[in-house]
Design a protein around this ligand. Structure first.
Ligand code: ATP
Length: 436
């Protein structure tokens, strides 16, 4: 029989007030519509571990799409429903999202099959999950709000810091769980359960990855590269021979580990300075894994993993252009020349090049471009140029660019008047030259 424990207090401590109010409201709606509602999975796991996670997944014992539509209507929110899977996403006016899924109530039985053991739909839903730590649920209905539901010993395993599968065929059923197990083990610094570890090793030995669609493996690899420290996950992938099973020709040596480490530092620096959401940090790590392989080999790997065209393009740029760029950045060049060179490349290429080089000064030049050169603007504007009697035309762009380069090379001061004096000087020189 399931064990219950109340964690209302934890919810109150950990959630922003408006989120707490929202999930209470959802519990009340559930009462109103006569269904049971539960928060499940990663949110509950991370709540217990004290880790911030506001990805709310709700399971409804009943039709989640109908429920989500009603919630959306009441909350003046948008709803996207996926009727085929009976799931829905509600997007609230402030942009916050909640996913709803239906716990399967109907039971498909073969004719003449033995009657199935009567099981709560929620339990059946949770039974299909990967690890015990992901099977916890919190009931939201008012009368039992905050009840922790633990059918599979997830709470114990969180306390014991163990990753455990739910049944012996789990890795056979879905080998991508091998990648997930090592990712979660690394992230939480949990160990694999003894039985789980044994079955994982057997699954790897049997080369079960060959039976999985490439894009599902790629999805999990991407999740690994988006972790805080992919190096530690890949160490585990190598240890359990998962890496060689997916990429037989890739050697996980000191050189690659060092590159992973430098990429991490560059990414931390970049995130600290900029909040650019679109940067594909994951592809820097993937590039680091692939670099050194022949392009033919790389193509085969990317084909096998069904890597999307957009990702392939970024990867190709990274792998083709970063080393070229590093060769071109040399001590003979002025900063403005390096500026002109590197401004042609995608940000991912620059971050990869900055990680790839073992020469500190080259890394600093590239990071300086990202941090300041590319934002450099002369104090002088087009209007100022008009005011000193210049006719607008392509010359304006040339003058302003020249000022920018001189600023990057620290050859002219920041002061606007002095910059204008420099412009006048430039024009005089031009005229002298033209007369000759
Ligand atoms: P993260 O913090 O990385 O987002 P998560 O637990 O939310 O972790 P997701 O990959 O978003 O992970 O998956 C959501 C839930 O779906 C998980 O809690 C897990 O139980 C379940 N799940 C995902 N992939 C699988 C799988 N391959 N097999 C079984 N269950 C899975």
């Amino acid at each position: 029989s399931p064990k219950y424990k109340n964690i209302v207090q934890k919810l109150k401590e950990s959630l922003p007030k408006d989120l707490l109010d929202l999930i209470k409201k959802i519990g009340e709606f559930a009462d109103e519509f006569g269904v049971n509602a539960y928060i499940v999975g990663g949110f509950v796991r991370d709540l217990i571990l004290g880790r911030k996670n506001f990805d709310v997944d709700i399971v409804i014992e009943g039709d989640a799409t109908e429920f989500a539509k009603k919630v959306a209507k009441k909350a003046n929110a948008k709803v996207h429903t996926f009727e085929r899977f009976k799931t829905a996403t509600v997007v609230f006016p402030d942009g916050f999202r909640i996913d709803f899924a239906s716990a399967r109530t109907e039971v498909y039985k073969a004719p003449g099959a033995l009657p199935e053991v009567d099981m709560a739909p929620l339990k059946k839903d949770l039974m299909r999950r990967d690890f015990t730590i992901n099977t916890l649920a919190i009931k939201l209905n008012k009368k039992e709000f905050g009840k922790l539901i633990d059918f599979f010993g997830g709470l114990r395993d969180i306390k014991d810091r163990k990753i455990r599968i739910l049944h012996s065929l789990s890795f056979v059923e879905d080998p991508t769980r091998i990648l997930r197990a090592l990712r979660f083990a690394t992230r939480y610094r949990f160990e694999l359960g003894k039985h789980t570890e044994k079955l994982l090793k057997i699954a790897v030995q049997r080369k079960l990855f060959k039976t999985v669609e490439g894009q599902r493996i790629y999805h999990e690899l991407k999740q690994i590269f988006l972790e805080d420290n992919p190096l530690r996950v890949v160490n585990k992938l190598a240890y359990y021979k998962v890496l060689s099973s997916i990429f037989p020709t890739i050697v996980w040596d000191k050189k690659k580990k060092d590159l992973f480490e430098r990429i991490r530092k560059v990414i931390i620096w970049h995130k600290l300075n900029f909040q650019e959401k679109e940067i594909r940090y994951d592809l820097l790590y993937f590039g680091a894994l692939l670099i050194g392989q022949s392009f033919q080999k790389i193509d085969t790997y990317l084909d096998n993993l069904s890597v999307p065209e957009k990702d392939r393009e970024i990867l190709k740029e990274i792998l083709l252009k970063a080393s070229y760029l590093l060769k071109e950045v040399n001590k003979e060049r002025k900063n403005s020349e390096i500026y002109k060179l590197v401004s042609r490349f995608k940000e991912e290429v620059l971050l990869f090049a900055a990680s790839l080089t073992e020469e500190e000064w080259k890394r600093e030049k590239i990071l300086e471009y990202l941090k300041s050169w590319r934002f450099t603007k002369p104090a002088v504007t087009g209007d100022n140029l008009k005011a000193i009697g210049l006719k607008p035309g392509p010359i304006f762009r040339e003058i302003l660019n020249e000022l920018k380069y001189r600023l990057i090379d620290k050859e002219i001061p920041e002061d606007k008047e002095k910059q204008l004096d420099f412009v006048k000087f430039l024009i005089k020189e031009e005229e002298k030259y033209a007369k000759r």
